[in-house]
Design a protein around this ligand. Structure first.
Ligand code: 5AD
Ligand code: SF4
Length: 485
């Protein structure tokens, strides 16, 4: 590896956690002289940030690696080196197997270890031998908070929680991302402050189960005044890394802290003047009633977006039980009704799996019935795919692919209709839109509504990064059209 090795290309697969992680990898690498490129052909470092949640993920990565090898060989002929990094959940699940099957890969790094990338790249430069780093170092990757966080974005994800202890029988996340872990409040607040300073207006709090957030309170670090403490931390970033690590040690010894819930964290971030909107995703129904204040907050906290992504997966009690979801459809309805009571205009979203082992026509009809009753603003739906090592993959009664296809088509058609209806209902409304990027056509800018919809407006590119009142004049399947007031 030469000293001029600096352009980084990242391909991100899968969920929003991975989108966030890819951004953080770049943030962490930038101070070491690396820059981002969209062109894989000019990249000195190619990172595949991978996902294993559905369908033959590892195979997709290996076939992509086949294409990358050709590129690497061509660059070698020109005297240029290329470092190949496999990051994310496939890295975690496959480990050294990646090097065995693709010996030209240089670094395999898991989701909890990528903050070491600058050091690992340096090691590759010196030793020219592959490295596999898959440690679960809890929140160490969050100790590094580059000053550039969120720069150039009006909307940003902020990871507050990782991992999952729920063990749904179809899901690999508890194995690849590890146990539920919440970042301490002060560490998150500091990241939010940096983002606010860099022009971010909307923060989406991110995690596999943000509803299970239990954050170490800021006052356990000898100081009861959060603002005072945060400012002290900001002045002394390096010391703070030590403080956070100490908190982790205490955390393991002493479980009697008065942990902060998601709603308390939201209330706190809402105090940051520059942050105008706050959202959160993803939640699990079984945690929702433990933090009842979250529901009230949707009524009282203007900055909290009227949007809830609450995956239900299936509308059949039999399938929910077999999935180990630990709640019934009736309990799901109760939770949704409560949110609607306190925030009638709330936009609802969910994830669904069709063709789970043992799903009969009647079970699927229950899912359709649930969707009809709830009326979603948008949703994600997938065919069940057996993930090696998960309990559901060992159930005998697997469903035929053709039946899965048919069910998915029926469900997606209904969800599309509901999304269209939700969008059409917004015509004539006025709402605040945060502008994010240029539109496809000249003279257009694209922003986001409080309900997570894309909003296209005529306007100059200068308004990107601004929040403005918009009157909605038209609606399509995936976006609204508006006039800036
Ligand atoms: N098959 C299909 N969909 C799955 N999901 C998770 N695991 C699987 C699987 N094995 C879906 C769930 C989850 C979303 C992130 O991915 O709907 O909520
Ligand atoms: Fe997977 Fe279930 Fe955890 Fe979600 S709650 S990450 S679906 S195990």
């Amino acid at each position: 590896m030469t000293d001029s090795l600096k352009a980084v290309y990242i391909k991100t697969y899968g969920c929003q956690m991975n989108v966030y992680d890819s951004g953080r990898m770049l943030d962490i690498m930038r101070p070491h002289g690396f820059h981002h490129t969209d062109d894989i052909n000019t990249a000195d470092v190619i990172i595949l940030n991978t996902c294993t949640i559905r369908e033959k993920a590892a195979e997709k990565v290996y076939s992509e690696l086949g294409r990358i090898l050709i590129l690497k060989n061509e660059r070698t002929k020109l005297g240029k080196e290329t470092v190949i990094v496999i990051a994310g959940c496939v890295a975690q699940a496959e480990g050294k197997e990646v090097i065995r099957r693709a010996p030209f890969v240089d670094i395999v790094v898991g989701p909890q270890s990528y903050h070491n990338l600058p050091m690992l790249l340096e090691q590759i430069k010196r030793n020219k031998s592959w490295i596999v780093k898959l440690d679960f170092e809890e929140n160490n990757k969050f100790d590094l908070l580059p000053e550039e966080l969120g720069k150039g974005s009006s909307i940003s994800f902020l990871s507050i929680q990782e991992g999952c202890d729920k063990f749904c029988h179809f899901c690999v996340v508890p194995y690849t991302r590890g146990a539920e872990f919440s970042r301490p409040v002060s560490n998150i607040y500091r990241e939010a402050l940096i983002m606010a300073k860099n022009g971010v207006k909307e923060i989406i709090l991110l995690g596999q189960n943000v509803s299970a957030y239990r954050g170490l309170p800021p006052d356990i670090v000898e100081d009861h005044d959060i603002d005072h403490k945060i400012h002290k931390d900001l002045k002394n970033q390096e010391n703070n890394t030590i403080i956070i690590s100490d908190i982790q040690k205490n955390h393991k010894k002493n479980d009697n802290f008065n942990y902060w819930s998601l709603s308390k964290l939201i209330e706190n971030i809402a105090n940051i003047k520059e942050i105008k909107r706050i959202g959160y995703t993803t939640s699990h129904p079984i945690d929702m009633l433990n933090d009842i204040n979250l529901i009230f907050l949707h009524c009282t906290e203007k900055k909290l977006m009227p949007y809830l992504h609450l995956p239900v997966q299936s509308g059949s009690n039999k399938i929910l039980k077999s999935m180990n979801r630990k709640h019934t459809r009736e309990e799901y309805f109760q939770i949704i009704n409560l949110f609607r009571k306190y925030r009638p205009d709330i936009a609802l979203s969910s994830d669904f799996i069709v063709g789970y082992p043992g799903e009969t026509d009647d079970d699927f009809a229950d899912t359709i019935d649930l969707v009809k009753q709830i009326e979603y603003s948008q949703a994600f739906s997938f065919k069940y795919s057996a993930r090696p090592g998960t309990p559901a993959s060992e159930i005998n009664n697997q469903i035929d692919e053709k039946i899965k296809d048919q069910r998915l088509q029926i469900l997606q058609e209904l969800l599309r209709k509901q999304q269209m209806i939700f969008n059409l209902q917004k015509i004539g409304d006025e709402m605040e839109v945060i502008f994010e990027k240029p539109g496809k056509k000249n003279g257009q800018v694209i922003g986001k509504s409080p309900y997570m919809q894309s909003v296209v407006c005529d306007g100059s590119l200068d308004i990107i990064g601004e929040i403005m009142n918009v009157k909605i004049v038209d609606a399509k399947q995936n976006s609204l059209f508006g006039k800036i007031i």
